[in-house]
Ligand binder design. Structure first.
Ligand code: SF4
Length: 336
């Protein structure tokens, strides 16, 4: 049966098309211009505002495999020597930044390892990297050290190393528990690795274990989404983040859409994804969680904080490193 015009308009409005809904920094990168580099220089050469806390964001741009929905700058083909060069580059950059008036003599209030996959690094690489970082800007006053992980990379010795460097929040990129959905979305891990990693992480006694889920992955179904919620509640992590699947322009899914001339992504529409998030939050609330943001539920709001996220949005300073692919250099930015 043909749809009437109002139904067609509604479908067009709620269908998932290429673009972003999630803003991870402000202003978004697409609004940055070269001229703003001068403003960054002025900021780095200024004395700090005593009320603004300092944070570090270290980007580890390596992954075992590129997920089809990934829009981050990641590399899956770098060898140990190239990874070491990158890590050495970040240390050289941090040293240079730590001499600037804005940063000199300060201690970070939070440290965040994102990616990519920080847990892709070996235990030795992690130890060496963080020893050097701490020697430059000591972490002894950091209230939060957050670390993103891909479950399949977490063997027992890696987890011990992650705990030993001082990580307070371990964030497990579960996204989905179903092997077929994980596979069809290009994830490197499978369901059993999630349960193994979770058990090992619990044994290490991290202050906070977080589970990430994505509502609306390729081939997600009503039934499977409910199972994801059930598995999450069974594991009982300290916090849960639920993102809605988006299809930015640099994803594998968008490239496939372009090749076949499709405007609408082959994933659930926004109405369904919003409902799935709502259902997840309702179930988590019934299990005793508190909704702490548009995409986060926490078991104990007094204990489980997201300092990096909250301070980034409230005017604190974050030093963030990124890999510059064409010149194999690092650029350091301040986010204020
Ligand atoms: S693990 Fe994360 S960063 Fe790595 S490819 Fe997948 S989505 Fe991208």
């Amino acid at each position: 049966m043909e749809k009437n015009p109002s139904e067609t308009a509604k479908t067009a409005k709620t269908s998932t098309r290429a673009g972003n809904y999630f803003i991870s920094n402000y202003p978004p990168f697409s609004f940055w211009s070269e001229g703003q580099a001068d403003e960054v220089e002025v900021a780095l050469n200024s004395e700090p505002n005593p009320d603004a806390k300092l944070g570090l964001y270290h980007h580890i741009p390596f992954c075992r495999k590129r997920c089809h929905f990934c829009y981050f700058r990641v590399y899956t083909d770098k060898n140990a020597k190239q990874i070491q060069e990158y890590l050495d580059g970040t240390i050289a950059e941090l040293k240079s930044m730590a001499e600037r008036p804005l940063i000199r003599g300060r201690k970070p209030h939070f440290v965040y390892f994102g990616g990519g996959t920080p847990s892709y690094l070996s235990a030795t690489q992690l130890g060496d990297l963080t020893d050097q970082m701490k020697a430059i800007l000591p972490w002894d006053e950091a209230e939060e050290v957050a670390f993103e992980c891909e479950p399949g990379t977490l063997n027992p010795s890696k987890l011990t190393a992650v705990k030993d460097i001082g990580v307070t929040r371990l964030s497990l990129g579960v996204e989905n528990f179903d092997d077929h959905i994980l596979e069809i979305n290009g994830r490197a891990h499978r369901g059993p690795e999630v349960f193994r990693a979770y058990e090992r992480a619990q044994a290490e006694n991290f202050d906070q274990i977080n589970i990430d889920l994505i509502a609306g992955m390729l081939e997600e179904t009503e039934e499977n989404w409910q199972k994801n919620i059930e598995h999450t509640i069974e594991l009982s992590p300290d916090s849960v983040t639920v993102y809605q699947m988006e299809i930015p322009y640099n994803t594998g899914i968008y490239k496939d859409m372009q090749a076949s001339g499709q405007l609408v992504a082959p994933v659930a529409d926004w109405e369904t994804k919003r409902r799935w998030v709502k259902e997840a939050f309702a179930a988590l609330e019934s299990a005793g969680y508190t909704i702490a943001s548009g995409y986060t539920a926490v078991k104990n709001p007094e204990k489980s904080k997201f300092i990096y996220r909250d301070e980034l949005w409230s005017g604190q300073i974050s030093l963030a490193w990124e890999w510059h692919p064409s010149r194999m250099q690092l650029v350091c930015t301040t986010r204020t």
